[in-house]
Design a protein around this ligand. Structure first.
Ligand SMILES: [Zn+2]
Length: 209
């Protein structure tokens, strides 16, 4: 079975790796955002409840997210496993999740914070169409301009190096107890997440084989 959780700081490449691995294993890739959007689109009772929070610009509560996740894990395509990307985020969520499902692997994306700061601070967005660029890995054709509409690209305040360092520190503080929790259960699989996506994917496959 491939019941897998991905843990890792913002910018560590979890989403990209989750999408690739999910395709290779034939299991669904479940991110919290996609889960919520899916439930809202399907207009399930829990989806309608979540929609109320999101329309009000409020955070959807843990137990509601878990309820939606539980429904999703019962779907036929999740029978041989799933990849949970970005969930659980804290110890309370991990404890609720443990009551609902047995996991096989918890992959912890490990990457030097200097590399993360470099990756995240290279990000630029288009204020017109919201397209996301990266000066290193996905630069625009004309420097500083959106490929689609020519708007001047901006750096989100969140992506400035000093803000990135704060985000990473907050993440490390929140996740440290989570890593301990899974280490004690023998589920933690540390992954060297630095370097090229193809090399990371290869290490990841070996880790869960
Ligand atoms: Zn644009």
């Amino acid at each position: 079975m491939y019941r897998i959780v991905f843990l890792g700081p913002p910018g560590a490449g979890k989403g990209t790796q989750a999408a690739t691995l999910a395709r290779a294993l034939g299991v669904p890739h479940l991110s919290t955002g996609d889960l919520l959007r899916g439930a809202v689109a399907a207009a399930t009772p829990l989806g309608r409840e979540a929609d109320g929070y999101m329309r009000a610009g409020r955070l959807v509560p843990d137990d509601l997210v878990l309820g939606i996740l539980g429904e999703r894990l019962d779907a036929p395509d999740a029978r041989s496993g799933f990849i949970l990307d970005g969930f659980p985020r804290n110890l309370a969520q991990a404890e609720i999740l443990e009551r609902r499902v047995v996991l096989d692997h918890v992959v912890s994306f490990e990457i030097p914070s200097a590399e993360l700061v470099r990756r995240l601070s290279a990000r630029r967005i288009c204020p017109t169409c919201q397209a996301v660029y990266n000066l290193d890995s996905k630069p625009p054709r004309v420097p500083g301009r959106c490929d689609r509409d020519g708007s001047e690209l901006l750096q989100r305040p969140d992506d400035r190096p000093e803000a990135v360092e704060v985000r990473l520190r907050v993440y490390a503080e929140q996740t440290a107890p989570l890593l301990d929790f899974y280490r004690r259960r023998g589920l933690l699989r540390p992954l060297d997440a630095s370097g090229a996506p193809e090399a990371i994917a290869e290490r990841l496959r070996r880790l869960i084989a």
